[in-house]
Structures are given as structure tokens and as C-alpha cells.
Ligand binder design. Structure first.
Ligand code: SF4
Length: 485
């Protein structure tokens, strides 16, 4: 790849001007990172290949007798890239290259989707999370900072394994949990004014709060029923979350989000969010990211995860439009809201029995926003033969007018049009890109922490784009030797 896309000047901000030149040029290091992504090689293997593999040497522009790049040098460069967001800058250049080559149509249709990224940290149960978090706090302050009595209480948690108890006995497990929670609270109190322990203590406190509750019958600590929304699942990577790609597919880690241009299959924007995050929340930031790279996306086509009113409004605010089915509304077997004819401007709603309600009341929705509710007359509903299929409790039926109701009514109508149905069918093309990115390492995090996982995603998207640019003839012959090899 020529200096047009990667040059040492791009990385000038990563090095202090007074410290001289880095021993290995940063443009060469970035090429090595891209090769490592393409070949899924570890730092040690990348170092070996840069020393002995002639394909690598040619792609890196090194002479055959070059001694290669050290594994530590690669690791340090990666840390520097993360610190200075140099991965994002290079990815953006690949998108600009596609723009400059005139590859995108006048109206850009973006396909949007997400995919799970398994985290690199070890996922633990509550006992192991507490044990490891206790050990981290103790390590951060050292044994001498703790009283002898507290040290004796904590010692059993500082080995490499769980305490040696009868884990099959529920009573013994409960007693151990009580001991761990008490020891954790004493430890947190002891290090409260120690700044060096602040981070580890915050994690220990969060784990106690998220995983333990007081049993109302016994007054003793017990494992919390249900899962806390932001539950930490790994001490070694506290940013990992329990995620769900579908009702049956669960995972622990992060989520990759991307937009690709439909006709060229060039990735326009990529991000990594929490495993439990909403897909819709990433739509507008991805559209903005694409615009920063020089592409104005007109429409984004996605699945129902992007079809809610908030996502549509956010994407419209950054100049694009969402094409996605509106998520269905359910009402526990009773008439769903979609079975009513709603006029959000009037406002009015006509029910399946043909009765129209115009009487309103204002309440707050689940996000605290003022929302209009249409109230059907309770006497009319009481006499209605359809009541058993419509009203759960006493009184008349109520219908909430979503703050985005007009937008949703229009989207439901649009989704029935043949042209929109054709666009929605094109959405499946992005699955191929996700497969490619996963093949380039975006399926499983190699490093702990979301930012480094994001680096992996940007590198994978950069390699994928270089491959497409090469196939689409955007480069001079030989300019991207490694992309297609
Ligand atoms: S119960 Fe009330 S709202 Fe429901 S169908 Fe009958 S009249 Fe309409």
C-alpha cells in the first residue's frame, strides 16, 4: 500500500518532536498490524513472519535480509495507536479513497447491522468475581496497609483457586457468601481513603451491589435473583457484558456495529459497544462517522432493532432516514395498539369495534416524556362484545400516543410498499460483510477492554475495505499487494 494511504506523516502526532525518530517507521508498523489482522497472527508470529516470510517482506517493502520487527515493538505500537486513535484515521482514509475513486452512487444506501464479539476476559460466577476483585484490591494497597485481623479474613481469597469448601452444600455456600460479603465491606472501608485502590475498590463495590441482595426472610446476603442491567461478568475485562443477539443466542462480551454501502460493500462506519447495548443507539453516531469520512448517507436499511421511533428521530436529526420494519406491539393476547386506527394529529383512535376516542389524558412514558393517552369511554367498553379481547382490567381501554407516533404510522405504511420491501430484502448483503469481519478476527476479542476490541474492529474493517478497493480497481497495479494476496 502506497504512501497515499499510509505515510509516516500520518503518525507524527504519536511521537514527541524532541525524541527523534522511532526505530521502526510507524507506516511500516501499521502495515504490519494490517498484515497481522489479515493473517490472524499473534505478535510473536507476526515478528517471525516479518523476519522470514518473503510475502510479508514484499508487502512491508523490506529487503530479504531485514531482521524483522520485534514482538514487543508491535505490542507497544498498538498501544500507541489506541492512545492516538490512529486506527480510526486510517480506516477513514479507506472510505475517502472510495469517494475519490467515484465508487459511491449519488444516493448512498447504507446497510446497518451488529454482531456479537466474544470478550477476552474470563467469565466468572459471583464467588469467583468477588474473590478476584478482593485480590485486586489487596494487591493495589499491599498487605502492610491492612490490619492483621482483616488480613486473616482475606487470606483465603488470595490464592489462585476458590476456598476449599463443600460447594455442593447450599448451607456451606451461603455461609461462604456471607463471609465474602463481610470481608469485602471491611476491606472497602479500610481502603476508602487510598487513591491507589480506588479503581479496584469501585469494581469490588459494584460486584457486591450487582450480585448480592439481602434475603428478606433471613436477613442474610444471598445471590441476587435475576441479572442486574450493567452486570460485570469478568474481573479481567470489566467492560464485558451479558449480551443477546436473539432470544436464543446469548454471549458475553461486546457488540460490533457497522454500516456498509450497499453497491460497493465498502464499510463506511464501525464501532464497538457494550454487549447489552441497544443497536438503535448506534445508528445516528455511525451515520455521523460516515459523514466525517466524507460520505453522506441518505438511507440506512436495518432490521427491526433500528425500527423504533427514537432511532428514526435520531437518524433523521443527522440527515438520513431509517428503512426498517417497526417492531410489533404486543398486549398479552389482547388487541394490540396496531389494531386501532390512530390519527396522532387529531389525536384520535378508532378501535376494532368502530368506536372513536378523542378524550385525552397526559402521562409520562417510560423515558419520562409527556405522552398523550386516548381514553375510551368506560360505559361504551363495558357494553362492548369485544371487551374480553380488548380490556384487561376495569374501566375503558386506553391507547398511548407515542411521541413518535406519526413517524411510526408512516413507517408502517411505507413498509408495505414494494420499493421499500425490495430495499429491506437487500439488507441481507451485510451478513456477508459481517462474516468477512469475523473471519478477520472481529468475532472474538484478542485483547481485554472495549477500546482495544474497537482497534481490532477498525483494523478488520480497514483490511476488508482495502480488499474491496483493490477488487473495484481503485488502486494502481501493485499498490495494495497484500490486500488481495
Ligand atoms: S372494549 Fe372499548 S375499545 Fe375495545 S373494542 Fe370494545 S369499545 Fe372498542
Amino acid at each position: 500500500m502506497g504512501p497515499e494511504l499510509i505515510s509516516d506523516d500520518d503518525f507524527a502526532g504519536m511521537y514527541a518532536p524532541t525524541m527523534g525518530r522511532p526505530s521502526v517507521p510507524p507506516s511500516l508498523m501499521m502495515r504490519a498490524l494490517l498484515l497481522a489482522t489479515r493473517d490472524k497472527s499473534s505478535d510473536r508470529e507476526s515478528s517471525r513472519r516479518s523476519r522470514v516470510d518473503l510475502d510479508w517482506k514484499m508487502a512491508l517493502g523490506l529487503p530479504a535480509d531485514h531482521p524483522g520487527i520485534g514482538a514487543t515493538t508491535i505490542s507497544l505500537f498498538r498501544a500507541r495507536v489506541v492512545l492516538h486513535d490512529a486506527d480510526q484515521a486510517l480506516f477513514r482514509k479507506t472510505v475517502r479513497k472510495a469517494c475519490d475513486a467515484g465508487l459511491f452512487p449519488r444516493k448512498v444506501l447504507g446497510l446497518i447491522d451488529s454482531s456479537p464479539v466474544l470478550g477476552a476476559g474470563a467469565v466468572c460466577d459471583t464467588y469467583e468475581l468477588l474473590r478476584r476483585a478482593i485480590a485486586q484490591v489487596v494487591r493495589s494497597v499491599g498487605e502492610d496497609a491492612l490490619s492483621k485481623a482483616l488480613w486473616r479474613a482475606l487470606k483465603r481469597y488470595l490464592n489462585d483457586t476458590k476456598p476449599d469448601i463443600d460447594w455442593g452444600n447450599p448451607g456451606v455456600r451461603r455461609a461462604e457468601l456471607r463471609r465474602m460479603v463481610e470481608a469485602s465491606r471491611r476491606l472497602l472501608a479500610a481502603v476508602a481513603d487510598r487513591p491507589e485502590a480506588a479503581r479496584a475498590a469501585a469494581m469490588l463495590g459494584a460486584i457486591v451491589d450487582q450480585d448480592v441482595e439481602i434475603d428478606p426472610e433471613t436477613g442474610e446476603p444471598r445471590i441476587r435473583r435475576g441479572v442486574a442491567a450493567e452486570r460485570i461478568v469478568s474481573v479481567t475485562d470489566p467492560e464485558m457484558r451479558h449480551g443477546r443477539k436473539s432470544a436464543s443466542r446469548r454471549f458475553d462480551g461486546h457488540k460490533l456495529h457497522l454500516i456498509e454501502e450497499e453497491s460497493t460493500e465498502i464499510v463506511l462506519a464501525v464501532d464497538v459497544g457494550p454487549g447489552n447495548g441497544s443497536d438503535g443507539d448506534h445508528a445516528a453516531p455511525l451515520v455521523e462517522q460516515a459523514r466525517e469520512a466524507g460520505v453522506r448517507v441518505d438511507e440506512v436499511v436495518g432490521d427491526m432493532a433500528y425500527g423504533d421511533g427514537d432511532t428514526r428521530a435520531e437518524v433523521e436529526a443527522v440527515g438520513a432516514k431509517v428503512v426498517a420494519k417497526v417492531p410489533p406491539t404486543h398486549n398479552s393476547g389482547y388487541f394490540a395498539k396496531t389494531e386501532f386506527t390512530i390519527d396522532p394529529d387529531a389525536p384520535s383512535a378508532t378501535c376494532p369495534a368502530g368506536v372513536t376516542a378523542t378524550r385525552t389524558r397526559r402521562r409520562r412514558d417510560d423515558k419520562g416524556r409527556a405522552t398523550v393517552f386516548l381514553m375510551f369511554d368506560e360505559n361504551v367498553c363495558a357494553a362492548c362484545p369485544l371487551r374480553p379481547r380488548c380490556v384487561k382490567g376495569r374501566g375503558g381501554r386506553t391507547i398511548a400516543i407515542n411521541v413518535h407516533e406519526a413517524r411510526l404510522v408512516e413507517a408502517r405504511a411505507q413498509a408495505e410498499r414494494p420499493a421499500v420491501k425490495r430495499k429491506l430484502r437487500r439488507r441481507a448483503v451485510i451478513e456477508r460483510k459481517i462474516d468477512h469481519l469475523q473471519d478477520l478476527g472481529a468475532k472474538k476479542a484478542r485483547y481485554r477492554g472495549r477500546r482495544k476490541t474497537k482497534l481490532q474492529a477498525f483494523l478488520a474493517a480497514t483490511v476488508a475495505n482495502l480488499t474491496r478497493l483493490d477488487l473495484l480497481g481503485a488502486f494502481q497495479t501493485g499498490e495494495v499487494a497484500f490486500a488481495a494476496s
